[in-house]
Design a protein around this ligand. Sequence first.
Ligand code: CS2
Length: 491
Amino acid sequence: MTRLLSSHTLSDLRPDVKTFEYDLGKLTSGIVHIGIGAFHRAHQAVFTDDLLALDPRWKITAVSLRSPDIRNKLQPQDYLYSVLERSSHEDRVRVVGAIDRVIVAPECPQDVIEALASPNTKVVTITITEKGYCRDSSGEHLDINNAAIQHDLAHPQKPQTFAGFIVEACRKRKQSGEKLTIISCDNLPSNGRIMRNIVQEYAQLVDSGLGRWIESNVNFCNSMVDRIVPASTQLDIDESANALGLEDGCIVITEPFRQWVIEDNFAAEKPAWNKVGALFTADVEPFENMKLRLLNGAHSALAYVGFLAGYDYIHQAIGDEDCLKLIKSLHQDLLITLDDVPDIDLTEYSNTIIQRFSNNKVPYKTTQVASDGSQKLPQRLVKPLLIILSRQNRVSHPIAFVIASWCRYLKAVKESGEAYTVADPMAQQLVAKASHKLDNYPEHVADILSFSGICNSELLADQAFVNTVARYLEMIEKKGIKAELASFGSG
Ligand code: CS2
């Protein structure tokens, strides 16, 4: 039987597996990461693993805000795991030793507060997904009616949200006077600025003096993160032994590409991630907009359209000529909305994204990208649609087509009649609205879009926009998505 990856079995690794270039015993923790999913393990933890070879002070104390699964798998492996980078011509595998331990927040919330409050912790990184920010409908501020926020206000010593944890930790940091830097790594524009709003607004509700301390002592950095990392499957785990020579219950499969652009706004010490491939810059916004629209916007498009057209994976969807045509036309429109980005040719960037989506060695489920549409679509596609509307006084057809596909997707039934689950914080209500047959398509579309909050009232008052989405939805329902997609752009 294959042995389990751990610090005692490293000598069993296949010779081509890259291992860490530092002494595991000599590392100290300097970072707390909240949200230890596959993305963190393949992204920030890999940058940090490279950095540890140059500077041993930055081992990561990871926190899972919900499930104990990853901790249960990593603990018997001494928190070691592997990252398998796959492209059409090559597989490369490495073992990462950057994680010190994993705290499961619901089991011991005080340990999370202690880790965040520790003077050794200089930097906190977060990947808590769009919905983890607990934003209100403006997308920028705290939703005080959010159930988890209400819980934290009532039980400050047993928080569930990032804001709840960080504010309690800052109460302790205030005593030691230790400054802190928080880096947001979620797919939101100005993610650090939004998190600062959320934390400040929450702190004001709890203790305004503490709020003032946070304002002067905690810095929030925007950051743009990029790497395609599908959720790991049991098959990946079963096959880990082939790549490693050892079994790894936490292996992550990813593409070779990775990018991290971080706002250079640190409160105190700064891990030198720039020495291992990250970019520090004064202004992350152009990078964020580029990535959120050209990559994530196109990803969402392929997720809804591709899924409805019968594709389980993104690489299958982009392999369909008509989907590809739609994505190219979407990219043309999205490019209009972007400013220049330092040292990046945006057309070349768009082409690279199509190649990355085509990587069938890193199969990414359309349903994974399709999740949480109400949280993702505003920044990925609605914002650019608004920019095109104001600059060129026209509705972007590829974006309208994708929004119509999302409305169709929300019905939770395939064209074949087979049912599926829609994952979204508003799933129940959205599915009910999308399934409720209205004869008048424009009214139906306006009903879904206004309830979901993805469009503001000004956009909903734009009849040309609502009618365009409504016409696409009607055609998708009457002709079927494949036929409507085939005729897209020809009329
Ligand atoms: C994807 C992203 O699931 C999704 O919504 O669009 O996770 C995407 O794979 C990453 O942002 C790539 O960096």
